[in-house]
Design a protein around this ligand. Structure first.
Ligand code: URA
Length: 437
């Protein structure tokens, strides 16, 4: 076979055979196909997409490019809940308590944050002493003891994705639905879970800026799940404003704990209830989403979810007592309120801008090498639909040094968009699609 023939075939929108895809990716991984030929191939995919069979083979090669991790000795029904990334997304923290309360196991690799979105690993590392399992055996022990197995993303899982993503990043081929879908799904399928729940974020603060794109991505990921005979649910959720009120690592841990105590923000609580209800449906414990959500409400009222989160934090080396004493978390030295520059109903809160306003304080990383300050961040006071008068407090900034304070204040003020009429609150759950359930 010749690489150029395969590139030309894809360029001309003809269907590649599994042998051609397999050979092309093998040769690339070995270093026998150079980046310039792979770039050309990726650009052809960007324009012409991939058929179901092509996508299956492409994803299969990605999955088997590295280690496959499964957990045969984990005696739990395992769910991997994955989010495509948003601002203020502290869902994994709350689900650690909720899934455990229902004896649902979690097995997942999580990442660090970059740019305007935070990373789950960073959020847990706000907890002093917190240490993730480092090996598969430690992960299995953690799952059996606490239900929750979370470890940092490994270089050895789907190394082909790392190589391809770096190339896509500099060749204008990131925003290709089949390439994004295979990138995400290969990482999900290489780490075994009985069910996969994809929280596909939609809106200004998300990768997918509108519902059509998000739906297309969700369908492509479900199609891959179906090809590999896996149970997958895609939940399309709103990211036209930050999730909940808190943005910043320590502050998000507190909001997640409060949610498990029944005091969470409406949107975040609804998201958690829905995701757990979906997990219960996949597991076969409930028939309908409504039945599942009612069970989640009961478990929150009972206090079991927060107790389970406490046990999980203790097991991972932190002090679980923090669920009752937030001073055990890093605290910023100063707070500053941010005032509204206009009067009206909040129509939109540009989530990406809020994420950046938190990042410049030190809550996130501009480059991979940056260190994080876990204490700093932002707590919003107003959400979409709230009425605000000029000079009202719209947010509070928690900061340590004032180097970027004014910058952060300006970004927050600009992030809030107002209208004269009340904007309907957008529903956090937009659509749910599934395969094999
Ligand atoms: N996230 C991923 O893991 N891969 C992509 O291609 C895009 C977002």
């Amino acid at each position: 076979m010749r690489a150029v023939d395969i590139i030309e075939k894809k360029r001309d929108n003809k269907t590649l055979s599994t042998e051609e895809i397999s050979w092309f990716l093998d040769e690339y991984l070995k270093g026998d196909i150079p980046d310039y030929q792979m770039s050309s191939f990726l650009m052809s995919v960007y324009f012409n997409g991939m058929t179901k069979e092509e996508l299956k083979e492409f994803t299969k090669k990605m999955i088997y490019s590295g280690d496959i991790i499964d957990f045969p000795e984990a005696h739990k029904f395992l769910i991997d809940k994955h989010s495509t990334g948003g601002v203020g997304d502290k869902t994994t923290i709350a689900l650690a308590g909720l899934f455990s309360a229902f004896d649902i196991g979690t097995a997942k690799l999580s990442g660090r944050g970059l740019g305007h979105t935070g990373g789950t690993i960073d959020k847990f590392e706000a907890i002093k002493g917190f240490d993730f399992p480092k090996t598969k055996d430690e992960m299995i022990k953690a799952i059996n003891a606490t239900s929750t197995g979370i470890m940092g993303a490994s270089e050895k899982v789907v190394p082909l994705d790392k190589k391809l993503y770096a190339l896509r990043d500099v060749t204008g081929t990131v925003m290709s639905i089949p390439l994004i879908a295979s990138s995400i799904m290969s990482k999900k399928l290489a780490v075994y879970a009985d069910g996969i729940i994809l929280d596909v974020k939609v809106g200004s603060g998300a990768f997918m800026k509108n519902l059509d794109l998000a739906r297309e991505l969700a369908k492509s990921m479900l199609q891959i799940g179906e090809s590999f005979d896996r149970k997958v649910v895609a939940v399309l959720t709103d990211m036209d404003e930050p999730l909940g009120y808190a943005v910043g690592n320590s502050l998000e841990v507190i909001e997640a704990v409060e949610t498990l105590k029944g005091n969470g923000p409406k949107d975040f609580t609804e998201l958690c209830k829905t995701l757990v209800a979906v997990a219960l449906q996949i597991k076969g414990d409930v028939k309908t989403l409504e039945e599942g959500k009612a069970k989640v409400e009961e478990i929150i009222k009972s206090g079991v979810a927060v107790q389970k989160l406490k046990e999980f934090i203790d097991y991972y080396g932190g002090n679980g007592e923090l669920v009752n004493d937030y001073t055990l978390l890093p605290q910023a030295q100063n707070v500053r309120v941010v005032l509204a520059k206009a009067t009206g109903y909040v129509a939109r809160i540009e989530a990406e801008e809020v994420g950046k306003a938190a990042m410049v304080l030190g809550a996130g990383r501009e480059t991979k090498e940056d260190n994080i300050n876990h204490a700093v961040g932002i707590v919003l006071s107003k959400k979409i639909g709230d009425y605000v008068e000029i000079g009202d407090v719209i947010a509070t900034i928690h900061y340590d040094d004032d180097k970027n304070l004014e910058n952060s204040i300006n970004m927050l003020q600009e992030a809030y968009k107002y209208s004269e009429t009340k904007t309907e609150m957008t529903e956090v759950i937009k659509e749910i699609h599934s395969v094999n359930i």
